[in-house]
Design a protein around this ligand. Structure first.
Ligand SMILES: [Zn+2]
Length: 100
């Protein structure tokens, strides 16, 4: 009835289309491409500094690893599909090996 619902409906529709496109890419891998799942993981370090009064500078004295390397939550494929959960990534490589 009001125009208020217009933009959010459009947004919802856009999101649904993006999701559908994402699923198409996952389940229909391009047979011409190479498929290899990858992701970026971070290890954090705490870095300690010592103040050097002579040069008025902070010098890195030591580092301490804060966390272990963990698998990233979202994965990509070499072919360009991004933002896959591990389950979606498995679906993608399974589909890729089926079609080759
Ligand atoms: Zn792929």
């Amino acid at each position: 009835m009001t125009d208020d619902s217009g933009p959010s409906d459009t947004l919802e529709q856009w999101k649904a289309e993006m999701q559908a496109e994402h699923e198409r890419e996952i389940t229909n891998p391009d047979p011409e491409e190479r498929h290899e799942i990858e992701g970026v993981a971070q290890i954090n370090y705490r870095v300690y500094f010592e103040y050097d009064a002579e040069t008025d500078s902070l010098d890195r004295s030591r580092t301490e690893q804060v966390n272990e390397l963990e698998d990233p939550e979202l994965l990509s494929c070499r072919c360009g599909v991004r933002g896959m959960t591990p389950e979606e990534a498995k679906t993608h490589v399974r589909a890729a090996s089926d079609s080759s």
